[in-house]
Design a binder for this molecule. Structure first.
Ligand code: ADP
Length: 585
């Protein structure tokens, strides 16, 4: 009931900007002032009402049986009548007002959409977003669902608070055509030849189809041509993520300002503090251990013997040269490094590893693998290619093969943090850090059965840098594999800290790296585009910077934990001050 009452009042004043509400971040309710909790008062009045009515009905039946006139009432009956009337008035006032408000003040379609009531909007989402079509079909009304269409709540026209684009008569006609299903939404770019206009029309059509407003999701200020056929299909706008700067990170004698795209308060500040500690201690050093992107197709034979024949063939060094030539034809940058095979019965998994220059390399390696598979078909005509990716690669899934063998760039990064810096900047001691690292990152993760997760929060830094620099954020799964080691050195005075990351998957060409914002962040790091001097140098440098930033992040968070500062700093940077006072009190 409390939730319900709150939702109705929220809907009335929901023009304030949408903001996620933390559970503790609730505003004070009028009911807080009551001496008894509302549910207790409600229960009392419910009981009173039903007891009184029940009593009166019983009395009424008795009077009918004994032929007593109904207007002759005893004192107890008068009390029961008064109690039922009073409780009825209370209940009517309590529940009735909400009901009437919900009828009279029913919000408009766009008010619903921007309402920031978590509970109710979650229920709405669950109910209304139960799709009967797949994601790609959602806007493509030309594709009819096999199931009977779900009833669609349509709003004739949903107005943004500030209309971003003025629609012409012709646009209006196209919108109607998309809404009716005559024009597939995906074809707008090719039909109109204007990506921005296509996005604006699709957006308006989407709002009409769903009855939900997209105000808050910007449309203007983005180059839609730049993503066509490369980065995102059927765009309707773009999400803004703030970019903060941590640094300078002193790494291998050079300073880097590290861009981090995140909405997690504290993250940039914390990484920045780690950078400061590293800088004051003379900097960090990172070394590339290995550089090879992998792809592992799965092929099937009629017998395990034939699968083993191919395994032996691929592992014969004499055949490797030929296969490498075939593979490397896929790109002037691709260089096959190895093929590692694993058999499961008559199925064979071939893990190709290859150098991909400055590209992250998934496309490049896939093309090379396809070349080799075509080539092998001549000598192994009974080989049935089941899939170009058989998950032994392994892309975007936690897997031991990446943790042990590496994928993309394998990097180790270290620093010796001066004991004074540990005390003054990190506000803890070498001893505490070493002990915490052993019990948390090593023992604790072992107890949890971690796979590559022997660290405090590598994925936080990896993901923020990936989003800022146009990497594939889904690859944070394996890119965040990291073991953090801490050891007291120089007679226990200073701290040796290192992060070992076997599968950092980054590129400075291809994918999202060419987009304006991401490209600016790469430029800030001095790794934009392809390296002119030495192909691959830019992506390698980016991988070492990622490891350096992770080192800084690990140092700072571990120190905050060791000093017991974590909750306090998160309350300060991640929550409103109101919450902090609640927590501290
Ligand atoms: P990915 O394989 O990471 O998905 P793409 O294959 O989409 O990347 O992009 C790589 C493209 O960039 C290739 O066409 C390649 O020829 C080109 N390229 C230009 N310079 C370089 C370089 N230094 N390293 C790698 N690729 C490069």
């Amino acid at each position: 009931m409390e939730t319900h009452r709150r939702s109705s009042t929220n809907s009335v004043r929901s023009h304030k900007p949408a903001r996620p509400i933390a559970l503790e971040d609730d505003s004070t309710k009028a009911s807080d002032a009551l001496p008894l909790p509302l549910y207790l008062t409600n229960a009392v009045f419910f009981t009173l009402f039903f007891s009184a009515v029940y009593f009166l009905l019983c009395r009424w039946r008795e009077k009918i049986r004994s032929s007593t006139p109904l207007h002759v009432v005893t004192f107890s009956e008068i009390v029961a009548i008064l109690a039922s009337v009073a409780s009825f008035i209370y209940l009517l006032g309590f529940f009735g007002i909400d009901f009437v408000q919900s009828l009279v003040l029913r919000p408009s379609a766009d008010v619903w959409a921007t309402e920031d009531n978590e509970v109710e909007s979650e229920v709405l989402l669950r109910n209304e977003d139960a799709r009967h079509v797949t994601c790609g079909q959602a806007l493509d009304r030309s594709i009819r669902s096999l199931q009977p269409p779900a009833p669609i709540v349509t709003a004739e026209k949903v107005f943004d608070e500030m209309p971003v684009t003025v629609m012409t008569e012709e646009d209006e006609e196209i919108i109607r055509s998309v809404v009716s299903g005559m024009t597939p939404s995906y074809s707008l770019e090719s039909k109109l030849g204007d990506c921005k206009r296509a996005a604006a029309i699709r957006r308006e059509a989407l709002q009409r189809i769903t009855g939900k407003s997209l105000s808050g999701l910007p449309l203007d200020g983005f180059d839609y041509e730049s993503i066509l056929g490369q980065c995102c299909e059927m765009p309707v706008g773009y999400v803004q993520i703030p970019v903060g700067i941590a640094g300078p990170l002193l790494l291998n004698g050079r300073e880097y300002s590290v861009p981090m795209a995140t909405t997690e308060g504290c993250l940039v500040a914390s990484t920045n503090r780690g950078c400061k500690a590293i800088h004051l201690s003379g900097g960090a050093t990172s070394v590339l251990l290995r550089d090879g992107m992998t792809r592992a197709p799965v092929v099937r034979f009629d017998t395990a013997k034939r699968a083993a024949d191919l395994k032996l063939y691929l592992e014969d060094p004499e055949n490797f040269e030929t296969l490498a030539c075939v593979f490397n034809r896929s790109s002037r940058f691709a260089r096959l490094q190895s093929i590692k095979c694993a058999i499961a019965g008559k199925n064979l998994y071939l893990r190709f590893s290859c150098f991909t220059g400055d590209a992250m390399g998934m496309n490049m390696v896939s093309k090379g693998v396809q070349n080799v598979l075509d080539f092998l078909q001549t000598d192994f005509p009974d080989m049935d290619v089941i899939g170009i990716s058989g998950n032994f690669c392994s892309d975007k899934k936690p897997a031991s093969v990446n943790w042990i063998e590496g994928r993309g760039k394998s990097v180790v990064c270290e620093a010796i943090i001066n004991g004074d810096v540990v005390r003054k900047v990190l506000k803890t001691s070498v001893e505490s850090l070493v002990e915490l690292n052993m019990l948390k990152n090593l023992t604790g993760s072992a107890m949890a059965g971690a796979l590559g997760g022997f660290n405090a929060h590598a994925s936080n830094i990896v993901t923020a840098v990936y989003i800022a620099t146009g990497q594939d954020p889904a690859q944070n799964v394996e890119s965040s594999h990291c073991i953090t080691m801490m050891e007291a050195v120089n007679g226990g005075k200073d701290l040796h800290v290192s992060v070992t990351m076997p599968s950092i998957e980054v590129g400075t060409v291809g994918g999202g790296t060419r987009l304006a914002s991401q490209s600016a962040c790469l430029n800030l790091l001095g790794v934009k585009g392809a390296s002119k001097e030495s192909p691959g140098a830019n992506s390698i440098l980016l991988a070492t910077i990622v490891a350096g930033a992770v080192l800084a992040g690990e140092l700072s968070l571990m120190s905050a934990l060791a000093a017991g500062q974590l909750v306090k700093s998160h309350m300060k940077y991640n929550r409103s001050s109101k919450d902090v006072s609640k927590v501290s009190s």
